[in-house]
Every structure is written in structure tokens, then in C-alpha cells.
Design a protein around this ligand. Structure first.
Ligand code: FES
Length: 222
């Protein structure tokens, strides 16, 4: 274990472990969506976990930055916050933000991130562009609403790497990017074993159980 300072607090963490987990384990929240502790190679795609590290000119992503003894980290520096806020605002601009009708409201990480970064879910700063993709209710266990997906990739990772199935993946690029099955088949038509693990790692309400459980009951990193 080595000592480091995060937001003025002296903490201990394993040398080499990613800064994001060191902070969360010590009760310091850093916004994140795409990170999974068990994923050996962080995708670093959501760009929400920026922090400032003393001695570095630019903010770094906490999910990729290894802990070193003596490092001094600021999670609320202006440069880091600016980057994180922009990433969050872009996500919110393409999200329906229909919280009143969403099962994940209250446990949704997008809500939590917006509150933490002090940005509004109904922001007018960026033009709202949402999609109207078909909702897939074919699975007896869960529903998938791609319109609420934040493309974090957690579900793709657990299906492929944890379970070795790989039923879902990313398709298309840019604004058209979507998590879907091979050939865009309904979930019920692919090899899905109805384990529901993809639902439990979804940080928002894109995947939810049909029995009324909201998504994301196990990911509480603060
Ligand atoms: Fe670091 Fe997504 S959690 S980029």
C-alpha cells in the first residue's frame, strides 16, 4: 500500500491500482459510467472521470491513471470539471431524461452525475437530439430501451468477457452508435441465457427487469 492525497485527504491504496477505485474505496466520488472494476483494460470511453494530478499539465482519466505513492489529486479542479461537465452535458442532450416514467429514477447514475457536477438534466445549453429506436421487450426477463442507453459498454463487457457469450455489441458510429445484437435480432432470438447480468450493470434505465426491479441495484460506488 502507498499513501496519496485526494482532495486534501490522505488515503492509502495499492500501488498501480486505478485512481478511480482508490478514490471510490475511500469515499471520494468521481463521476464514472464506463468503468468496471473487473475489466482489466478500461475502455475510458465516457470521459467523465477527469481529475487533476499535481505535476501533470492536463487532466487525466481516473479510470486509467495508476496510483503512485505521494501523488496529489484534485477531483474538483476547474480543468477537470470543465471536461467532465461537457461530457455529461453531451450525454444528457441525447438522452430522453424521462425520469418521471423511468424505473431507474433514484438509482440512475446519470442523475447522480448531473447532481454531482451541478448541471441540469433539462439543460438548454446544447440542442436536444434524441432518437426513437424500437424498444425490445422480447426477453421474458428484461426490456431494452436503446433510447436511454448511454453507450457505456458495461453490458457488452459482462456479456462477452464475464460470461463468455457475446450476444450484444456496438454497431454503427457517431450519433447512430447503438448497443444491439448480431443482425439487430430481438434479444429473445439470440443465445441470451436470461441471466440478467447485463441489466444489473446498466447505470441508467436502458435495461430493466420486467418484474419491476430497477436497473443498477448492485453498482453503488460512492
Ligand atoms: Fe473513466 Fe469512463 S470512467 S472514462
Amino acid at each position: 500500500m502507498v499513501s496519496l492525497t485526494i482532495d486534501g485527504k490522505k488515503v492509502k491504496a495499492k500501488e498501480g491500482e486505478k485512481l478511480l477505485w482508490a478514490a471510490l474505496d475511500n469515499g471520494i466520488y468521481i463521476p464514472n459510467l464506463c468503468a468496471l472494476r473487473e475489466a482489466w483494460l478500461p475502455s475510458a470511453s465516457c470521459r467523465l472521470c477527469f481529475v487533476e494530478v499535481e505535476g501533470k499539465d492536463s487532466p487525466v482519466t481516473a479510470c486509467t491513471e495508476p496510483v503512485k505513492g505521494g501523488m496529489v489529486v484534485n477531483t474538483t479542479g476547474p480543468k477537470a470539471l470543465r471536461l467532465a461537465r461537457t461530457a455529461a452535458e453531451l450525454l444528457i442532450a441525447s438522452h430522453p431524461v424521462d425520469c418521471a416514467h423511468c424505473l431507474s429514477s433514484g438509482s440512475c447514475e446519470l442523475q447522480k452525475i448531473a447532481a454531482h457536477l451541478k448541471i441540469k438534466l433539462k439543460t438548454k445549453r446544447l440542442r436536444k437530439i434524441t432518437r426513437e429506436l424500437p424498444i425490445d421487450s422480447s426477453s421474458p426477463l428484461f426490456t431494452y430501451d436503446p433510447n436511454k442507453c448511454v453507450l457505456c459498454g458495461r453490458c457488452v463487457w459482462v456479456c462477452r468477457e464475464r460470461l463468455g457469450i457475446g450476444d450484444i455489441g456496438f454497431a454503427h458510429r457517431g450519433f447512430q452508435r447503438v448497443v444491439t445484437t448480431f443482425a439487430d435480432e430481438p434479444m429473445a432470438k439470440v443465445r441470451c441465457r436470461e441471466c440478467g447480468e447485463c441489466v444489473t450493470v446498466c447505470p441508467v434505465g436502458a435495461l430493466y427487469f420486467k418484474d419491476g426491479r430497477g436497473s443498477n441495484p448492485i453498482i453503488k460506488e460512492d
